[in-house]
Design a protein around this ligand. Structure first.
Ligand SMILES: Cc1cc2nc3c(=O)[nH]c(=O)nc-3n(C[C@H](O)[C@H](O)[C@H](O)COP(=O)(O)OP(=O)(O)OC[C@H]3O[C@@H](n4cnc5c(N)ncnc54)[C@H](O)[C@@H]3O)c2cc1C
Length: 437
């Protein structure tokens, strides 16, 4: 491997650092460049999704690089959704049949730091911080950095997130398809601090949701007893982030919509006014690579909206699959990248749609009786026939079945269940008719 050309990864976020670990462990040389300062010496940004839901796909990748146990030690198990009604009433909806089907709340900054440290321990990996890439020359594969000049690279990996500079350069090539779609909703993070002696002020082992029809708030637990809340709300219009700027209006809105959360949000107005409002974007593009010279991973090639908690998990799965393809095809890098794209792209397109659909489910449907009934039926069927019946959500979060395959399987399962229900109903009616006669 040490005779292979080095991989120059741009972006030491979640995907870039994990890929560096994968490749470094196999002995590939890795040069990793990141625009932000070194997290080992600096605190990370405030107000950007402080915790994330980690599920089976992400955990599998972390296990492959020997980091899963360390990550799990500081993660919080979330067994299901806790739904907060407008009157403060609570309903718990378990995610699955037991704790093997649960999510983990992890700190974004903590996970990123752990991955940076793990990559830095590998002799084959070099890390460079404070280096903002501004593009590359596709002919020579020379990368441009804002302050540090040019660096010649043999194989470039764009792991630089949804606003990727590497993808932007690839977009200038002919036949590069690109599509981005912003939601009209944005998001803002707020904090529920820990109670006395670090106590959790809400149920610790749950992902909390305040569904309110056209918008919602969620909260995930942190290790220190606090919760990070995220309000998803329209960016513009009469009821929107843009319109809500006066402290009294902010208090009034929260008291009306989230009455049980207000006493737990002592810095509500300050947080609301000072934390940034984030955008939610879906990005699709093709191809994901340029010959054998450059390839994209994670949000750089497939940003999805966060309503299935899969962006990071899918980015980690990219690293798993890309590593498999490199091992299968080395030193034919173009074949490896083509195989990687073929194995990932159709599934990430499906995930993008599922994430958009789940926004409607989370904000609008989770509170309804019909939804709860359907979920209960699905969980019961799964418990009864665990090998045969897997709800779509279970397949996405708690298995590694590729996303498009999961959707196909969920559709035929539903067709069979519907057929059985209709058949049993007809049989029952027939029996009733026969009895009456
Ligand atoms: C509100 C919200 C909640 C989310 N919740 C979840 C969740 O619960 N579970 C989940 O799985 N996913 C979640 N996601 C998605 C997840 O955050 C992303 O999918 C994940 O961070 C993608 O990882 P990445 O490494 O591809 O990109 P990023 O994490 O964005 O990392 C990109 C890195 O590249 C660096 N960089 C960018 N440009 C340059 C440049 N020009 N030069 C050098 N470096 C550069 C950045 O500084 C950064 O370090 C959420 C997203 C949002 C917005």
């Amino acid at each position: 491997m040490s005779e292979s050309p080095p991989f120059t990864i741009v972006g030491a976020g979640l995907a870039g650092t994990l890929l560096a670990c994968y490749l470094g462990r196999l002995g590939y040389r890795v040069e990793l460049h990141e625009r932000r300062p070194d997290p080992r010496h600096h605190n990370q940004d405030r107000g950007r999704s402080i915790n994330l839901a980690l599920s089976v796909r992400g955990l599998h990748a972390l296990r492959e690089v020997g980091l899963a146990d360390e990550v799990l030690r500081s993660a919080i198990l979330m067994r299901g959704r806790m739904i907060h009604g407008q009157a403060g009433d609570l309903t718990f909806q378990p995610y699955g049949k037991d704790d093997s089907e649960a999510l983990y709340s992890v700190s974004r900054a903590g996970l990123n730091l752990l991955l940076v440290e793990a990559a830095a321990r590998l002799p084959a990996v070099n890390l460079y911080f404070g280096q903002r890439c501004t593009g590359f020359d596709p002919g020579s594969n020379v990368l441009d950095f804002q302050d540090t000049g040019k660096i010649a690279a043999e194989i470039i990996v764009g792991a630089d997130g949804a606003y990727s500079a590497i993808r932007a350069q690839m977009q200038r090539q002919e036949h590069f398809n690109y599509q981005q779609e912003y939601l009209t909703h944005g998001y803002k993070e707020l904090t529920i601090p820990a109670g006395p002696n670090g106590a959790f002020q809400l149920e610790k082992h749950a992902l909390h949701i305040w569904p309110r029809g056209s918008f919602m708030m969620i909260a995930l637990p942190n290790q220190d007893g606090s919760f990070t809340c995220t309000l998803f709300w329209p960016l513009q219009g009469p009821n929107s982030f843009a319109a809500l700027t006066a402290p009294d209006d902010i208090r009034r809105f929260f008291t009306q919509q989230f009455p049980d959360a207000v006493p737990l949000l002592p810095t509500l107005v300050e947080d609301f006014l000072h934390n940034p409002t984030g955008s939610l974007v879906t990005i699709r593009c093709r191809p994901w690579h340029q010959g054998g010279k450059a390839v994209l991973v994670g949000d750089a090639c497939h940003a999805v909206v966060p309503f299935l908690g899969q962006g990071m998990n899918a980015a980690f799965e990219d690293c798993t699959v890309l590593t498999q393809c490199l091992q299968a095809h080395a030193p034919h890098w173009e074949a490896a990248f083509r195989d990687y794209e073929a194995r990932r792209k159709p599934h990430l397109d499906v995930l993008a749609d599922l994430c958009l659909e789940n926004f409607i489910e989370m904000r609008d449907r989770v509170g309804s009786r019909w939804f709860v009934l359907k979920k209960q039926l699905a969980v019961a069927l799964h418990r009864l026939l665990p090998r045969w019946y897997l709800p779509l959500y279970t397949m996405i979060e708690f298995t590694r079945i590729p996303y498009a395959d999961a959707l196909r399987r969920a559709r035929w399962q539903d067709r069979i269940v519907r057929g059985v229900l209709i058949g049993s109903g007809l049989l029952l009616l027939g029996l009733l008719w026969w009895q009456l006669r």
